[in-house]
Write a protein of this length. Structure first.
Length: 214
């Protein structure tokens, strides 16, 4: 149903799209620096799941609705933006608690697994970068004459969350390693915690005011 050349061409384009850091990468790095590798990797897993839900939506027609409706696109974008801002405010408010935890010899304050996965999922599903890519680009790689269009989209689309999972996990591990250096100084850790919060607030604000490039 899907040819090797068809799959390879989409995979290559997906790789190019993913390696350019977007909201998910910056969010993952912020998580790795503030609460460690565990939560960062869980965030990556949740993000990949959210992205694949976008693929499912495209496969069953929502992609066309998003592509044609400014209102639907804007609603999804604003939900993601608001959630990023909320998480950024929380991170900024808790920056001293993070530093205090390390000063007391704790290893950090990881969140509950389902909550961390949920955070990554929301950011992944509401990421306008992948929404536009999947809604506008993915259908162009489908061979309509071969039939089974939804199945083709589901199979081709899995390359995006897989590539994102591998790329974002590498970012999470690298940032997690840098966190050890920050942890040597509570003041330094408080600074990075506050900065990470501001980065997330900035990301959310940017997403909220950025329009579609139609």
């Amino acid at each position: 149903m899907i040819s090797t050349s068809q799959f390879a061409a989409f995979a290559a384009l997906t790789f190019v799209m993913v390696v350019v850091p977007g909201p998910s990468v910056l969010f993952t790095i912020s998580r790795a620096l503030t609460v460690g590798r565990r939560d960062a990797l869980l965030t990556v897993a949740g993000n990949a799941t959210g992205i694949y839900l976008q693929v499912v939506a495209v496969a069953f027609g929502l992609g066309a609705v998003i592509e044609r409706s400014v209102a639907v696109f804007t609603a999804i974008k604003l939900i993601g933006a608001a959630y990023l801002i909320y998480l950024g405010v929380q991170a900024f408010r808790r920056r001293r608690k993070l530093a205090d935890a390390f000063a007391a010899g704790a290893s950090g304050t990881p969140g509950r697994t389902l909550r961390v996965l949920r955070d990554g999922f929301v950011v992944g599903f509401a990421n306008p970068k992948s929404i536009v890519f999947l809604a506008a680009v993915l259908p162009q790689f489908v061979r309509h004459e071969a039939g089974g269009v939804p199945v083709q989209i589901l199979l081709l689309g899995i390359t995006l969350p897989v590539v994102a999972l591998l790329s974002d996990a590498a970012w999470a591990l690298a940032a997690g390693a840098a966190r050890t250096w920050f942890a040597r100084s509570p003041r330094r850790l408080e600074l990075v915690g506050g900065t990470s919060g501001l980065v997330m607030i900035g990301l959310g604000t940017t997403l909220a005011v950025t329009g579609r490039k139609d």
